[in-house]
Write a protein that binds this ligand. Structure first.
Ligand code: MN
Length: 191
């Protein structure tokens, strides 16, 4: 697919002119998309990991939350796509409703796929990416497993890549050290 901005960019030298280069087009290598991790005190506390892709937030429920330790693989159960606006949602889902309980934005920022075609990598069940958030950074891998689970609740593993942002869990547990909302500073009441 031709990049609609390629003609605009071809004519300009952005090192010399202050004109905007323009946000990278969807699908273009290096395209930056949003990510959010919501901490959700539902019946069981968990972390909802969401990556913007193809106009929605691809979503996984991570019962134990992300770990900065590459030796630790965290189960990530795929759930339904959420609208991109959900990335800003913080608040209480009323008792009796689906997902009842408090939600805070635990981390947010942008992500960049390492693959040329992130939609294809996602469909193939192996997505390598870089996160640029307030708490999480560096390389990560989401890998779909062949373990049980229904087709619409595929089980993936969320794994930190070995890099400068990696930390052994025994030295630093990011969930315990930085428990609060990056948007409001709100702290989840213990469920
Ligand atoms: Mn949830």
């Amino acid at each position: 697919m031709a990049n609609p901005l390629s003609e605009y960019r071809r004519k300009r030298d952005f090192a010399r002119s202050a004109e905007p280069r323009g946000r990278r087009a969807p699908g273009e290598r290096g395209d930056e998309r949003r990510f959010v991790i919501q901490k959700h005190a539902a019946r069981q506390l968990h972390y909802d990991f969401r990556l913007e892709l193809d106009g929605t937030l691809k979503s996984w429920a991570v019962p134990k939350g992300p770990s900065l330790d590459p030796a630790i693989k965290r189960l990530a159960v795929q759930v339904e796509d959420h609208p991109v606006e959900y990335a800003e949602f913080e608040g209480r889902i009323p008792a009796g409703e689906y997902g009842a309980g408090e939600v805070i934005v635990w981390d947010c920022g942008t992500w960049q796929a390492e693959d040329e075609d992130p939609a294809a990598a996602y469909a193939a069940g192996k997505l390598k990416f870089q996160l640029r958030g307030e708490k999480l950074a560096g390389g990560w891998l989401l890998l779909r497993t062949r373990l049980g689970g229904r087709a619409d609740q595929a089980q993936w593993l969320l794994i930190k890549e070995e890099d400068a942002a990696a930390r052994p869990e025994a030295d630093y547990d990011v969930l315990a050290e930085r428990p609060d909302s990056v948007l409001s500073g709100a702290r989840l009441d213990p469920p």
